[in-house]
Design a binder for this molecule. Structure first.
Ligand code: MTE
Ligand code: MO
Length: 305
């Protein structure tokens, strides 16, 4: 089985090379992350017994922060931990615009001060067939959307990552079309499971996990969880996304975890939980069917994969 990065390396997606680099640097003013610092003092006693928390054991933090996908910092799982340290995550601004009543550009510390930060223990299932259990800290995306007030025509949310070749060595390598982009349907974005994470294990997010702002959609494959977000925009039409543009036969817009629909080059029936021996069964919607299956009533999830 050839991995995604082998295919990229071997030029299976050579057409993307022609597209070249795109990107924007959106760094502005500074303010300390008071709220997160307070939260970090409580690390040893963190409990995850909320309605959205899995009861499965949390993965080792060294696995969560040392085994990553973040192609802006290289293609190996160890590259992000090695290379992402130089990313400047403060000051950082996020532009929120499109079909909203209150478009704005906001400093990350101001943005996270708007909402009470919650701890959530979620499974994450990568499309490559491995998974982790991750203790996120953040707030529901729905809270932000309510604040900026989607217009009546808004049906989708598009997210864009930073793509700065000066800070992100992988962006000089046209393996993907930069900047990394993702999207959700508005009702998926409003689902209470959908989070924007600013922290992990009670501390600010490590850079390799997507600091300072990263999407977490636990019933979808990991690639939907876009890192280092600089721009959120509401649209009427379904936006193009990085992986579905790179390989439309392999990665769809929806990307709901589905053990019944194999990746063209490997089975999705099982997964390896990092830290475990052997493999376990992959669950429909990554085990979150009770909360989200209703979003897709009447849809053919083989066609809309
Ligand atoms: N900007 C950006 N976001 C990204 C990626 C990436 O390469 N660039 N990789 C995705 C993939 S494939 C996965 S599995 C998750 C991995 O998140 P983690 O490294 O925090 O576990 O991040 C996703 N978000
Ligand atoms: Mo992934």
């Amino acid at each position: 089985m050839r991995s995604r990065r082998e295919v990229l390396r071997q030029g299976g997606l050579a057409a993307i090379g022609a597209v070249g680099l795109a990107g924007g640097l959106e760094l502005l003013t500074r303010r300390p992350a008071t709220r997160v610092m307070e939260a970090s003092q409580a690390i040893p006693g963190r409990v995850y017994r909320g309605p959205y928390d899995t009861t499965e054991p949390v993965s080792r933090i060294s696995d969560i922060t040392g085994y990553n996908n973040y192609y802006e910092f290289g293609l190996d799982k160890a590259d992000p931990a090695r290379n992402a340290g130089s990313l400047r995550t403060r000051p950082w601004t996020v532009r929120i615009d499109g079909l909203v009543r209150k478009p704005q550009t906001v400093d990350i510390d101001t943005l996270q001060s708007w909402f009470p930060l919650e701890d959530r223990l979620y499974r994450m299932r990568c499309v490559e067939g491995w998974s982790l259990v991750i203790p996120w800290m953040g707030f529901p995306l729905a809270a932000l959307l309510r604040r900026i007030e989607p217009g009546s025509k808004a049906r989708y949310v598009q997210f864009t990552s930073l793509a700065d070749p000066k800070q992100m060595p992988g962006v000089r390598d046209p393996v993907l079309q930069w900047p990394y982009r993702e999207g959700l349907r508005l009702d998926e974005a409003m689902n209470p499971l959908t989070m924007l994470a600013v922290g992990l294990d009670g501390k600010l997010l490590p850079n390799q996990n997507g600091a300072p702002l990263r999407l977490v959609v636990p019933w979808k494959y990991g690639f939907k969880n876009i890192k280092a977000i600089t721009h959120i925009t509401l649209l009427e039409e379904q936006p193009k996304t990085t992986w579905s543009t790179a390989a439309p036969d392999e990665y769809g817009f929806y990307a709901n975890v589905n053990p019944a629909v194999d990746h063209p080059r490997w089975s999705q029936a099982t997964e390896r939980r990092i830290g475990d021996l052997g493999r376990r069964k992959t669950l429909p919607f990554n085990g979150y069917a009770a909360q989200v299956a209703g979003l897709y009533k009447g849809m053919d999830l083989r066609r809309n994969f």
